[in-house]
Design a protein around this ligand. Structure first.
Ligand SMILES: Nc1ncnc2c1ncn2[C@@H]1O[C@H](COP(=O)(O)OP(=O)(O)O)[C@@H](O)[C@H]1O
Ligand SMILES: [Mg+2]
Length: 333
C-alpha cells in the first residue's frame, strides 16, 4: 500500500523451536498512532526489533519509510527513533548532558546535538529539571528522557515498545501527552503495548496480535462495536449466582462470565433485554444489587477474540476500574 509508512508482509521470526512471528501482515498509515496490542509473548517486541533493524526476520518482508529493513538497514535507521524498555542513561549526568551524548551518537554533530537537546527539553517542559542529574529523577521523568533521546534525530517513524510499563498514572499521562504532540508534528508512532487503556487513549488504529500473527484490526471504536454491548449484573449473595448465570445465558444466548458477585454478559440487544432479565430474576427469587448496560472495553474485545480469561488488576496501580485492564501474563509460546 502506497500510503503505508510501515508495512510488513508475511513477516516471520523463528527463535530455534519458538515461532515468535508466524506471518505478520501490518499496514501502518502515515502520521497516526498505531497500537500494536497483544498479550505477553505475542510477538510485539520481536516485530519492533525487526522494524528497528536490531533483529533480522527469518522470512517475509518489512518496509519502513520505503526501505526494506533487511536490504537497507542503514537507511531505515535514519528514519526511525526507538524507545525500548531499557535505554541506558548515565545517572551522574544531567538530562541535557545525556541527550547531548545520545545526539552525538546519532550523528547530529556536537553543535547539532546541543541545539536539539535544548530544543527538546524546552518543548517537553524539562528545561529546568534538565540541568539536574537524572539519577535523582522519578521513574516517569526518566522514561520521558528516554523518549526524548529517541526523538533527537527528528524521526519520521517512532517505534515505542511498552513506553509506560511500570509507571504511575501521572507519568503515563505525561508520556501520552508527549506522544500525542509528536503526531501533531508529523511523526508516525508504532506503539507496542499490553495496556488496553493506553491504546484506547492514544491509537487511531489498532492491530491485535496473538501467537505472532494479526488477529484483528480496526479503530478502537470499530473493534468494540463488533461485539455488542455488555450487561453487568451484581447479585446480592453467592447463592443467587448459579440461578442468575443460567438465566442470563438463556436470555442472551451468550456465555456469561462471573467474577465474585459480578456477572458480565455480551448482548446484541442489550436495552430491551434488561427489563426481561429483571422480571425473570425477580420471579426466580435471585436478588440483584445492581444491573446496567455499558459499551464494551477493548479488554472485552480481546477477550472475545482470544477467548482468554479476564486479565488481573493492573499491577502498578495505574488506573482503577475497567479502563486499567491489561492482558493476563502468559509465558512461553
Ligand atoms: N531472543 C529470543 N530467543 C528465544 N525466544 C525468544 C527471543 N525473543 C523472544 N522470544 C520468544 O518469542 C515469543 C515472542 O516474544 P516477544 O516478541 O518478546 O513478545 P511480546 O513483546 O509480545 O511479549 C515469545 O514466545 C518469546 O519467548
Ligand atoms: Mg515485549
Amino acid at each position: 500500500m502506497d500510503d503505508a509508512i510501515v508495512h510488513t508482509s508475511r513477516l516471520r521470526k523463528q527463535f530455534g523451536e519458538v515461532a515468535a512471528l508466524t506471518g505478520l501482515d501490518l499496514m501502518v498509515p502515515s502520521n497516526i498512532i498505531y497500537g500494536l496490542l497483544g498479550p505477553k509473548g505475542a510477538g510485539k517486541s520481536t516485530a519492533v526489533q525487526i522494524l528497528s533493524t536490531l533483529t533480522k526476520p527469518t522470512g517475509g518482508r518489512a518496509v519502513v519509510a520505503g526501505f526494506d529493513v533487511a536490504r537497507y538497514p542503514e537507511e531505515v535507521r535514519k528514519m526511525i527513533g526507538i524507545a525500548g524498555q531499557d535505554a541506558s542513561l548515565d545517572d551522574r549526568l544531567t538530562a541535557r548532558e545525556n541527550l547531548r551524548i545520545f545526539g552525538r551518537r546519532s550523528r547530529l554533530g556536537t553543535r547539532g546535538a546541543r541545539r536539539r537537546a535544548d530544543e527538546l527539553l524546552e518543548r517537553f517542559d524539562l528545561a529546568q529539571a534538565g540541568d539536574r542529574p537524572v539519577g535523582g529523577y522519578p521513574g516517569g521523568r526518566r522514561r520521558l528522557v528516554h523518549l526524548l533521546a529517541s526523538l533527537l534525530p527528528g524521526p519520521a517513524v517512532l517505534l515505542l515498545d511498552e513506553p509506560t510499563k511500570g509507571l504511575d498514572v501521572r507519568s503515563r499521562r505525561a508520556i501520552w501527552a508527549s506522544v500525542r504532540q509528536l503526531v501533531a508534528d508529523g511523526t508516525t508512532v508504532l506503539l507496542a503495548t499490553q495496556y488496553l487503556d493506553e491504546v484506547d487513549q492514544l491509537a487511531s488504529a489498532v492491530g491485535v496480535i496473538d501467537h505472532g500473527n494479526l488477529i484483528a484490526e480496526g479503530g478502537p471504536a470499530q473493534l468494540k462495536s463488533q461485539i455488542g454491548r455488555h450487561i453487568d449484573v451484581v447479585v446480592e449473595a453467592a447463592e443467587h449466582l448459579p440461578c442468575a448465570m443460567a438465566l442470563l445465558e438463556r436470555i442472551t444466548g451468550r456465555c456469561p462470565e462471573a467474577d465474585g458477585l459480578h456477572i458480565v454478559v455480551a448482548a446484541v440487544d442489550a436495552v430491551p433485554t434488561v427489563p426481561q432479565i429483571v422480571r425473570e430474576l425477580d420471579a426466580s427469587g435471585a436478588v440483584i444489587r445492581t444491573i446496567g448496560i455499558r459499551e464494551p472495553s477493548l479488554d472485552d474485545v480481546v477477550l472475545s477474540l482470544t477467548g482468554k480469561n479476564a486479565p488481573p488488576a493492573e499491577p502498578v496501580g495505574c488506573v482503577a476500574g475497567g479502563t486499567g485492564a491489561r492482558f493476563p501474563a502468559q509465558e512461553g509460546h
